[in-house]
Design a protein around this ligand. Structure first.
Ligand SMILES: Nc1ncnc2c1ncn2[C@@H]1O[C@H](COP(=O)(O)OP(=O)(O)O)[C@@H](O)[C@H]1O
Ligand SMILES: [Mg+2]
Length: 272
């Protein structure tokens, strides 16, 4: 069943086109990756999906309801259906971790104070921060902050989670731990996850499906699971990113001609 449908979305900052012709669907319980090089518009796309930026064109539909066609109350009600972990984790520095995690539960208004605290402590246990509930964000490492941000995003058990570069800047062990946590949360709650990542191991380990945004043509150039795209895509930009092959020369960036990997120097890595 389709939870989120994006249809022919166009994103602009003023006159400047970021991406156009973005269409995809996210099914219940699946993990969907937004891929592409730096600056292609991945974070901007997430902001369009969570209601922070209106599209220049096209639609974003949750369970069949057009977000940008809904009135303010309708949009607020749709927003209760998703949680978001921002690239920076975005915790309130003046609040303890427990208070941060309680905040969306308070806004949701379904539980009393004791129930909210019990729920917040439960999700903090899930992300292995049970002992850090009374700490402040500044007392935590980068990986712990991301996990706290994740706990805050999942407290209300939203059917859809948006994660912007959840493992960026983490060491490989913390990064793998976060991947496992996302899979664990999906199996506990049955939620769908839309995430942005540059980390190839994360992309291959957790994503069922995805879309690849191209910064040069300003449009998606591939659609599918990251591992399938790595193994079968004939687009040079996609292969440069996912299979770490030689990137296309600037003049031929939009070309789709496959290049046998044997002809490429293995030491040259594409910078995503
Ligand atoms: N608020 C903004 N105003 C104008 N341009 C922006 C704004 N936010 C991002 N951009 C530009 O839009 C492009 C896409 O940015 P972003 O979505 O952050 O890329 P990504 O997340 O893929 O690295 C970049 O060129 C960036 O400079
Ligand atoms: Mg970004």
């Amino acid at each position: 069943m389709t939870l989120l449908a994006v249809d022919d979305l166009e994103m602009r900052f003023g006159e400047r086109l970021i991406q156009t012709g973005v269409s995809f669907k996210v099914e219940r319980g699946t993990i969907f990756a937004i891929m592409g090089g730096s600056g292609c518009g991945k974070s901007t796309l997430l902001k369009h999906l969570v209601g922070l930026l209106p599209p220049a064109q096209g639609s974003v539909t949750y369970n069949g309801v057009d977000y940008w066609g809904a009135d303010e109350a309708g949009q607020a009600s749709l927003r209760t259906g998703f949680g978001m972990l921002f690239q920076s984790a975005a915790l309130w520095s003046s609040m303890t971790i427990l208070e941060n995690v309680c905040l969306p539960l308070e806004q949701q208004g379904k539980l009393d104070e004791a129930q909210r605290e019990a729920r917040a402590r439960e999700v903090l246990e899930w992300v292995d921060l049970g002992k850090f509930a009374e700490f402040y964000p500044s007392d935590l490492s980068g990986g712990m902050k991301k996990r706290a941000g994740l706990a805050r995003a999942i407290g209300t058990e939203p059917p859809l989670l948006f994660l912007d570069e959840p493992s960026a800047g983490l060491d490989p062990i913390s990064s793998k731990k976060l991947d496992n946590l996302v899979l664990d949360i999906r199996s506990r709650t049955g939620c769908a996850v839309v995430f942005v990542s540059h980390e190839l191991p994360s992309l291959f380990a957790i994503a069922d499906d995805g879309i690849f945004l191209d910064a040069d043509s300003k449009t998606p150039i591939a659609h599918g699971s990251p591992s399938a795209l790595r193994d079968t895509s004939t687009h040079r930009t996609v292969r440069a990113f996912l299979a770490r092959e030689e990137p296309p020369p600037p003049a031929a960036q939009n070309g789709a001609s496959p290049v046998p990997s044997a002809t490429m120097p293995s030491s040259t890595l594409a910078t995503p």
